[in-house]
Design a protein around this ligand. Structure first.
Ligand SMILES: Cc1ncc(COP(=O)(O)O)c(C=O)c1O
Length: 438
């Protein structure tokens, strides 16, 4: 057995991890968040909870989801159209329920967040406001291998503005032989693009490698050359504590079905810094839900935007998926991102330790792509499994373990602090060892 001392950069804790069930369960017993697990519904395998390590793809269902949906159905049955004002949570102002929780989640002010649409739609809406190319300043810098939807969004926005995407899109490249991007290279690139750079738009955490980018430094460097800086927080919101307002981030968007456990395709979120949100002259696509509330129902032809992020909301609230988000977001508000992060650092460090044990026991040289430094990652570890095919995921599934697969031979795992346990990580190690020996 490999008794490794793991020094955690972000805290003074030095742990002596052990690859035993007793150690894992003793960690769970000491976990202040351990009771949260019972608030979720786990798919079953052979009569027990599966080891679910794909919260980075689709989070598990909070037990309160069903009742929240039933409440809205009952209110609809009882009130009909009057539910807009008389439902338990009136539908007219439904999205306002989220301002406090969403603001806490991403480190924003109440007037800087709004829940609406879905992620790629929100990215486009924000690009309509924040990508305003000029003759000289028109380039968009984004991360190496972004989530493809972002790439398509950037390219189509370039086309919308009558430009050739090949001239506009600048994909940040890692150094030869490396997969991660170095902080100094990102900053150098921003400076190099200088007054040609209109926008820097990265994922906060890259979906493939799990690398967490130095958001604040990127904002500072972008602003120093006169560019905007925004983030796709699909893999960051609910995963890492954020301070979007203090970091001066211009805009951001996120989905709620991954770390935020709000169900498939659930409502997205958007953040717009106050200095932009309160500026009526900044272009935004207009719809009636962004209209000044005191005159919205006068049904007049002139758009008078609410001087907050809410003015980006074009349509009335999609109550049914928001109902589940309300349950899930409440859990984050209660626990807080700091407590989640504290557990997450340990849980992911334990996963890293267990992977070393698996290497020792199988001889398969697993390679962790994700940064080793906890400050440069969230929950997720992405691991190259030499020689593996997608069959490996099937082998794990047969043993009651769910991870996700990315071609050509990468498994991504995210032990999430809200509901995963140290025992989950231990059991994952046993099953991966068996599957690799199979
Ligand atoms: C980083 C990232 N961006 C964008 C998307 C697309 O999200 P949506 O389908 O909600 O627009 C995803 C989906 O997984 C993602 O991981």
């Amino acid at each position: 057995m490999n008794d490794a001392k793991i020094s955690l950069h972000t805290s003074d804790i030095v742990m002596e991890f052990q690859y035993t069930i007793d150690f894992a369960t003793s960690m769970d017993a000491r976990d202040p968040l351990r009771n949260r697990r019972s608030e979720f519904l786990f798919p079953q395998h052979d009569g027990r909870d599966i080891v679910y390590l794909t919260g980075n793809s689709l989070g598990l269902q909070p037990k309160g989801a069903f009742d929240a949906l039933r409440q809205e159905c009952e209110d609809w049955q009882h009130w009909g159209v009057e539910g807009h004002f008389h439902a338990k949570h009136p539908w007219y102002s439904y999205h306002e329920r989220f301002a406090d929780g969403a603001a806490k989640l991403v480190g924003a002010q109440l007037n800087e967040v709004v829940m609406m649409n879905q992620l790629t739609v929100n990215l486009h809406m924000l690009l309509m406001s924040f990508y305003r190319p000029t003759e000289k300043r028109y380039k968009i810098l984004f991360e190496h291998k972004p989530f493809p939807s972002d790439h398509y969004a950037f390219a189509s926005q370039a086309t919308l503005h009558g430009r050739n995407p090949d001239d506009v899109l600048v994909e940040m490249q890692p150094r030869a032989g490396e997969v991660l991007l170095r902080e100094e290279d990102i900053i150098d690139k921003i400076q190099e693009l200088g007054d040609e750079l209109a926008l820097v738009c990265f994922g906060g955490v890259n979906y493939f490698t799990g690398q967490f980018f130095p958001m604040q430094k990127m904002v500072e460097a972008s602003h120093a050359v006169g560019a905007m800086c925004g983030f796709d927080l699909a893999h960051t919101a609910g995963n890492l504590p954020l301070k979007l307002h203090d970091w001066n981030v211009d805009f951001a968007c996120w989905c709620t079905y991954k770390y935020l456990n709000s169900g498939p395709g659930s409502v997205g979120g958007a953040y717009i810094h106050e200095r932009h949100a309160s500026n009526p002259d900044l272009f935004r696509l207009a719809g009636w839900w962004g209209q000044n509330k005191s005159i919205r129902f006068q049904m007049g032809p002139t758009f008078d935007p609410i001087p907050t992020a809410e003015s980006w909301a074009m349509s009335n609230a999609p109550v049914f998926n928001m109902a589940i988000h309300a349950v899930a977001l409440q859990q984050f508000t209660e626990v807080g991102m700091e407590a989640l992060r504290e557990k997450s650092i340990l849980l992911t460090a334990y996963l890293e330790f267990v992977l070393k044990e698996v290497v020792d026991q199988t001889g398969v040289q697993l390679e962790v792509l994700t940064p080793r430094n906890p400050e440069q990652r969230g929950c997720q570890l992405s691991v190259v499994v030499p020689g593996a095919t997608k069959e490996l995921v099937g082998q794990l599934a047969q043993r009651g373990v769910v991870v996700d697969w990315r071609e050509p031979n990468v498994i991504r795992m995210a032990p999430v602090p809200m509901y995963n346990s140290f025992e989950d990580v231990y059991r994952f190690g046993l099953c991966l060892t068996e599957a690799l020996k199979h």
